[in-house]
Design a protein around this ligand. Structure first.
Ligand SMILES: NC(=O)c1ccc[n+]([C@@H]2O[C@H](COP(=O)([O-])OP(=O)(O)OC[C@H]3O[C@@H](n4cnc5c(N)ncnc54)[C@H](O)[C@@H]3O)[C@@H](O)[C@H]2O)c1
Length: 257
């Protein structure tokens, strides 16, 4: 077991699933793991984006589908079986959903948000955990959000969905540690990805103002980069984090400090 924080060689030959791998944080994590020699099932609904990620992840397999559909996640699990015993899971697929007060959120938008962010994370766990247990253990990192740790007035429904992801992940730690599984969640602040741009665009004519507010209320006065989140994800996946289990780690420049 290597507990050196910069030792990525421990991922060589290991098999894992990364959801949301076609863009942003999922892509960044997938490329870093593949770079270290992991063989991955890359899952996303965006087939073109997946293809672009797969070209940077030799030895990996792309599976296009919707995380909220059990049959699609079952296909991802079958692809995992073809690669070998699975010991890594990263769930990065997610959507922002409505940026509106709770009373203005439509039932349809609420259901879709929870289907992707909450059910989608659960389906990945549902299909991967039994395989991880059979393989003798592994490590899970879910992507929640700083908005899953504190209430949020800009996207309250998203905040509720990410709060559910935090506690679902902690429940995995509470349930499956004896089976060799560690589970942690990373809670990013504003990170420079397409989703962040969508957050600003949702403000319409107020987009530039929202961007300034998001930037200036952060103690670091800047947005994070996908690499900065990826470093935290790989640390939590790795043996360097062997006694870290069930945490919800903000990676937010101190926004929630
Ligand atoms: N970027 C940020 O500022 C930020 C902050 C906090 C949390 N997060 C979380 O990090 C994760 C990654 O976000 P990102 O910034 O990389 O966003 P992104 O929009 O760049 O990537 C999200 C990916 O998820 C995929 N996806 C969405 N719905 C899906 C579905 N139903 N089935 C399969 N794939 C689906 C998209 O196609 C996309 O490739 C998300 O869960 C997001 O909520 C992001």
């Amino acid at each position: 077991m290597s507990t050196r924080m910069d030792d990525r060689s421990q991922f060589a030959g290991r098999v894992g699933l990364v959801t949301g791998a076609a863009s942003g944080l999922g892509r960044s994590v997938a490329v870093a793991l593949a770079d270290a020699g992991a063989r991955l099932v890359l899952f996303d609904r965006d087939a073109d984006g997946l293809h672009a990620t797969a070209t940077q992840c030799p030895g990996s397999v792309a599976v296009a589908g919707d995380v909220s559909q059990g049959s699609d996640m079952a296909r991802a699990a079958e692809a995992l079986d073809a690669l070998g015993p699975v010991s890594l899971l990263v769930t990065a697929a997610g959507i922002l959903g409505p940026t509106a007060p709770l009373a203005d959120v439509t039932e349809q938008a609420w259901d879709r948000l929870f289907a992707v962010n909450v059910k989608g994370s659960w389906l990945a766990l549902k299909h991967v955990l039994p395989r991880m247990i059979a393989a003798g253990g592994g490590s899970v990192v879910t992507l929640a959000s700083g908005a899953g740790l504190a209430g949020n007035a800009t996207f309250p429904a998203y905040s509720a969905s990410k709060g559910a992801v935090v506690l679902m992940t902690r429940s995995v730690a509470a349930s499956h540690t004896a089976q060799g599984i560690r589970a942690n969640t990373v809670c990013p602040g504003p990170i420079e990805t397409p989703m962040l741009r969508e957050t600003f665009a949702a403000a319409g004519e107020g987009a530039a103002e929202r961007e300034v507010i998001f930037r200036t209320r952060n103690p670091m006065g800047r947005f994070g980069t996908p690499d900065e989140v990826t470093a935290a994800v790989l640390f939590l996946l790795s043996d360097a984090a062997s006694y870290i289990n069930g945490v919800a780690l903000p990676v937010d420049g101190g926004r929630l400090a």
